[in-house]
Design a protein. Structure first.
Length: 287
């Protein structure tokens, strides 16, 4: 399968170049660029791209009007609204026209790629869609969160997790996901890693300084922070389809059996000097 083609509409040459650079080495490629609405409509009719990034400030018509013209021509057009401000009124107007994704400048590369995957998901398998839209944001959140909390760098890896249950020995923090889709995130550490994790997170010199209850509290707080970061990344792309987290709950033990019925599930892990940090995220298959 070839790359998906994107038309970039922005009156700023610098912005057009930056978006094109963000799409380098991804599943997308820029097939055309337009500096105004008239050129955008003409190029869309000529090129029929898979998706469009649409700046809101154009010299001859605003981005909403330009999008409206394109959608009249092609009701299935996939348009990402790009704006310098997160203007709720603008977003509401965009939804009414048929725009389904919204990004704020400056655009992070991964947010742009995720938004485009969201728009172009129709031809993809459910597993691929869930991986791109839900698992990858959580993977970035786990990688960024552990780096910020522990001051340790690691690369997150994602694997599909097929079993309908998860066996945990150590500590597991379970957080529910509600909203547009439902699911849950389980942040878990093996017993030898728990106090080391808390020691680095709290800036202590030795694990002897960490009380068991303090270690549990640190792990639960870290899980809440990381899951919150993951949900925020998803909500930035799924504008208007907000997800929320339920309060976390922690369980400890040996071979704790956690059942995950009817969920598409992924195991995300980051290997750090203190051990492996894992998060199991699952989303309801009925959504």
């Amino acid at each position: 399968m070839g790359k998906l083609r994107v038309l970039v509409v922005d009156d700023s040459k610098i912005s057009r170049v930056m978006i094109a650079e963000n799409l380098r080495d991804t599943d997308f490629e820029v097939c055309g660029m337009a500096a105004d609405a008239a050129e955008a409509v003409r190029l869309y009719e000529e090129l029929r791209p898979d998706a469009v990034t649409m700046d809101m400030n154009l010299p001859d018509a605003n981005g909403l009007e330009c999008s409206r013209r394109i959608i009249i021509m092609d009701p299935d057009a996939n348009i990402v609204m790009v704006s310098a401000m997160k203007d709720l009124n603008l977003i509401t107007q965009g939804k009414a026209i048929g725009i389904r994704a919204f990004l704020q400048k400056p655009i992070a590369k991964q947010d742009l790629v995720d938004a485009l995957h969201l728009l172009c998901e129709a031809g993809e398998s459910r597993l691929t869609t869930f991986r791109e839209l839900y698992a990858k944001p959580f993977a970035r959140a786990l990688q960024e969160g552990t780096a910020g909390l522990l001051r340790m760098e690691g690369t997150a890896e994602i694997e599909e997790y097929e079993p309908r249950h998860l066996d945990v020995s150590g500590a597991a923090v379970i957080i529910g996901i509600t909203g547009f889709t439902t699911g849950r995130a389980i942040f878990y550490l093996e017993e030898p890693v728990i106090k080391l994790f808390a020691m680095h997170m709290l800036g202590r010199a030795t694990i002897e300084e960490i009380e068991p209850s303090e270690a549990d509290d640190a792990v639960e707080e870290a899980a809440n922070i990381i899951a919150g970061r993951g949900i925020s990344k998803i909500n930035n792309v799924l504008e208007g389809k907000e997800l929320r987290l339920t309060p976390p709950g922690t369980i400890r033990g040996s071979k704790v059996h956690i059942v995950s019925p009817r969920m598409t599930t992924f195991c995300i892990s980051v290997q750090l000097p203190i051990g492996t940090i894992r998060m199991n995220v699952g989303f309801a298959e009925g959504e």
